[in-house]
Ligand binder design. Sequence first.
Ligand code: GLU
Length: 542
Amino acid sequence: MVSAANPHATKAGLDILRAGGSAVDAAIAVQMVLTLVEPQASGIGGGGFLLHFKPSAKYTSSLLSAYDGREIAPSGATETLFLREDGEPLSWNERKIGGKSVGVPGIIRMLALAHQDHGRLPWKKLFDPAIRLAQAGFPVSPRLNKMIRRDKFLANFPTAANFYFLPGGTPLPVGHLLKNLELANTLSRLANEGPEAFYIGDIPRAIARKVRETHHLPSQMKESDIKDYTAKRRSILCLPYRTWNICGMPPPTSGGITTLQILKLLERFDLAQVAPGSAKAIHLISEASRLAFADRNQYLGDPDFVQIPVQGLLNEKYLRQRASEISPFQAMGKAKPGSPVSEKRLPSLSSDRGGQRPDSTSHISIVDQYGEAISMTTSIGTAFGSRIMVKGFMLNDQLADFSPLPRDKSGTPKANRPGSKKRPRSSMAPTFVLDKDGKLVMAVGSPGGSSIIGYVVKTLVAALDWNLPMQAAIDLPNFINKNGRTELEKDTPITTFSETLEYLGHKIYIRTKTSGLHGIRIGKGQLEGGADKRREGIVLGD
Ligand code: GLU
């Protein structure tokens, strides 16, 4: 079964599974098609995180692997990357577009690493569906059309403007047959010459030249920065939650640790007895979320550069004590970060939240016939990334996830400050749920910037505590508290809880919350999939 954000991509994944491919093989095919059909969200010019599950008779941690394909800053980047000459930070809208925001793309080397470990079909074959579709063309979807129409920056970047607008400047209309021969050519090169063609030769030369020569905030990226990129195997993080084990991606994303913390903080409450999506549920989950986000903002960054108290933050005793701060009857207001056991407090990451980025990024969940599974969140940053297009694909703007101000008022460096070859902190949260025997129960994840964490927690609680089917768990209205206002999804029944929640002390913010949750749940010998109706995804399986 494949659940992904676009029907062409889901179908390509299923075809690979039917041809005997593994979940990783299918993920590669899905990613290549998404590069073509959902170019605003993810692609070979971006990065991502992938979790892999392999069944085994015995429960061992070797069942699970985690791959880090997060973008890195060019070697020439310093902590002043996003400061103007007067020392003020560039605004979100300035820094998220153009050359400086572009990190060295990591997705191809990450997928190559996962394929080396878990692939069954030849690498070359996995590119066929995307190459064929890029040559034949596909009809522009309503969402892609909307993204082009709404984007204020795309038209200023000539290569992208020529591609996404008709002569005369009309955004490509819905149904327009869009071919991408340049991408077909790039993908053929990656298929035939192998993943290294992305990192050595004329492709990286073209990327480096393009970001250095762009009119808006030229980058210092060198060809050798691209060649030097390394994808990493990281140790997956798992924590028991009631009768399950929840497993997530470790830093440089904050997604895993924060999701695990929220669930653990909620264990004190018998959520099964609380009505799904009720005011009481929203209150309790929001309170746990405030505490976890306070820790997130304090402690998380790139583990290769800053010491992160991972074990301390996930320590049961520490989280029990933190959970005692939650009152069922009153909102706590702004939560302070805790002091995880035997760890010294790191410099503040500040509350830099960046701008809203609800329109980009994609999540893929796949379970194959061998019982293996992947949960992968993939992104080029904001919609259309840096807006710089090269060789038929969009380049990410992921470096905008760094704290633009490198130091706090006292001059103390922030853990998420920019730096040479550093990975910016992410919120992506690909997740697995296992039962106590180590069998896979669920694969899920979502786009949505830092709201990803709220979307994933809601879906896990809905599926596990409230036993809702996968689709119903995804459909349930979204809500989140990032240690500030309690955000409720616009035009949903939960907005009627505003007064009740305000009475408990919440400040309410009603707004669009466009998750893109894609999940697969494994019942007794049956797969049950869900795809988020807020985007264009579908599930297909045999
Ligand atoms: N830049 C975002 C992050 O890494 C991408 C995820 C998203 O916006 O959905 O958290």
